[in-house]
Design a protein around this ligand. Structure first.
Ligand code: SF4
Length: 129
């Protein structure tokens, strides 16, 4: 795929759950949960400084060669059925950082840096109200 991209000087939109592939070939990553963009960043920023609890959970669940855990991390719960979340954060039932506000207000996608945005009340930069 990288060769095709170079030869045709084109972009590739890759839809995957495989974070190893993402790390290997992507420049920018858009993480979606229940139909919503929850984080958007350059690949290095996402892997070193993920801001959304869903992204953080995904990264924790990836095994590494030096892993000493008996069991891989698993985000508790499951994705809500389509159309069942009408208000608040769609990740709240599974989120270890949820707060009262998360049940009633959908967090906006806000910038943490020019190339990094996330939608989470708990990790918003202090300059955003
Ligand atoms: S907005 Fe709340 S529930 Fe949603 S990811 Fe952030 S802390 Fe968790």
């Amino acid at each position: 795929m990288l060769d095709i991209r170079r030869r045709f000087n084109s972009a590739i939109l890759l839809i995957t759950h495989d974070l190893g592939v993402v790390a290997e070939i992507c420049e920018r990553v858009v993480v979606m949960y229940a139909g919503h963009i929850v984080e958007d960043a350059k690949v290095e920023a996402l892997f070193t400084n993920a801001r959304h609890p869903y992204t953080q959970g995904l990264l924790q669940s990836v095994p590494t060669l030096t892993d000493t855990r008996d069991r891989l991390y698993q985000i508790p719960g499951s994705v809500p059925p389509a159309g069942t979340i009408r208000e608040g954060c769609p990740f709240r039932a599974r989120c270890p950082m949820r707060m009262d506000r998360c049940a009633v207000e959908m967090p906006p996608l806000v910038s943490h840096s020019p190339d990094h945005r996330a939608a989470c009340w708990a990790t918003q930069p202090e300059t955003v109200a």
